[in-house]
Ligand binder design. Structure first.
Ligand SMILES: Cc1cc2nc3c(=O)[nH]c(=O)nc-3n(C[C@H](O)[C@H](O)[C@H](O)COP(=O)(O)OP(=O)(O)OC[C@H]3O[C@@H](n4cnc5c(N)ncnc54)[C@H](O)[C@@H]3O)c2cc1C
Length: 310
């Protein structure tokens, strides 16, 4: 079985940075990604808070630059697959994939980010791809000049509503609380487009309607219990993220929401397993913090490997 100094899981900002730093330190690295380079930034229309890009950068452009940075790195091997299981102990982890042979790794860097949380209403899965979406950037264009709904009150919901406002005819923005949590700059931009974006605060989605494709939704006001039917051809759902840790040992310590608990050096509770980026328990989940975590985790793994060899 082939052995690597480090297995890095995920090619989002955290994983790409970790792989870069480890390779530059002379470690042998297997970088595995189940989809394509970029992670969540592929769902971001414009990043306007990443230093060095004063006029912002498209998510897919930054992802392309990440991919280019990985090209030709000595000591780097890449695999397109899902990690399905990590077992063993520090210095001798065995890793299984959805395809390909298992490998051994001395250290494991978990940079798997998070996935969209579902709303939990009936028919959500059945209508996914038929009007139910978790990515406006991917699917918004299918609903050009149509009425759509967006659910959520954080940055993702607000940012995606602003993106959709350039494409669709009307947006019903539905949030279960009485105020949005997203950045003020987004809230101000929303308020300047009340002709296009209608907000429904203190409301939840009760039902999805339509035979093959979504045709409308029912919302309920939590203060009055009044229900309202809204005709729309798409609903974009942004109600939070779930960490992806099912392939890791059950003994790994996580916070109540399931995010991996680390120290400031990105050490998890299991020696030799490090976590970086959105997957770890922390308050600020951004590209810049994910990249910073990736660099720190790589340095910690390098020191750990040196101690193993000593
Ligand atoms: C709509 C939206 C807008 C955003 N806007 C901004 C913004 O303006 N500015 C900003 O700084 N941040 C923004 N963010 C947040 C930012 O994108 C994330 O904080 C950042 O991408 C986290 O990086 P990461 O590497 O930790 O994880 P991710 O980007 O989630 O990458 C994780 C990668 O791991 C892969 N993976 C998961 N499980 C496995 C497995 N078992 N095997 C193999 N691969 C696996 C995934 O496919 C994914 O590619 C936004 C996010 C979203 C969704």
């Amino acid at each position: 079985m082939k052995t690597y100094d480090s297995l890095v899981i995920g090619e989002g900002p955290a994983g790409v940075t970790a792989a870069l730093y480890l390779c530059r330190s002379g470690c042998s690295v297997l970088l595995v990604e189940q989809m394509t380079t970029g992670g969540q930034i592929l769902q971001t229309s414009d990043l306007d808070n990443y230093p060095g890009y004063p006029h912002g950068i498209k998510g897919y452009e930054l992802a392309d630059l990440f991919a280019a940075h990985l090209e030709g790195l000595a000591n780097l091997e890449r695999l397109t697959a899902s990690v399905t299981q990590v077992t063993g102990v520090a210095g001798d982890f065995t890793v299984n994939f959805s395809q390909g042979d298992p490998i051994k790794a001395r250290t494991v860097l978990v940079c798997t980010g998070a996935k969209h949380r579902q709303l939990g209403v009936q028919r959500e899965q059945e209508l996914t791809g038929h009007g139910v979406s978790y990515c406006a950037l991917c699917d918004g264009n299918f609903f050009r000049n149509k009425d759509v709904a967006v659910v959520g009150g954080g940055n993702a919901a607000l940012e995606e509503s602003l993106y959709l406002a350039n494409i669709v005819s009307k947006i019903h923005l539905i949030h279960r609380r009485d105020a949005f949590r997203g950045r003020k700059v987004y809230q101000d931009r929303l308020l300047s487009q009340t002709d296009k974006i209608q907000t429904h605060l203190s409301c939840v989605v009760e039902a999805l309607h339509g035979s093959k494709d979504l045709e409308g939704i029912t919302i309920k006001n939590l203060n009055t219990n009044a229900t309202e039917e809204i005709a729309c051809e798409a609903i974009f759902i942004y109600v939070g993220f779930e960490p992806i840790t099912t392939f890791l040992p059950e003994t790994l310590k996580k916070d109540p929401a399931g995010f991996i608990i680390t120290d400031t050096e990105m050490n998890s509770s299991i020696p030799g397993i490090f976590a970086a980026g959105d997957i770890r328990s922390k308050s600020c989940r951004q590209v810049i913090t994910a990249a910073g975590d990736g660099a720190t985790a790589a340095q910690a793994a390098f020191v750990f490997l040196e101690q193993l060899h000593a």
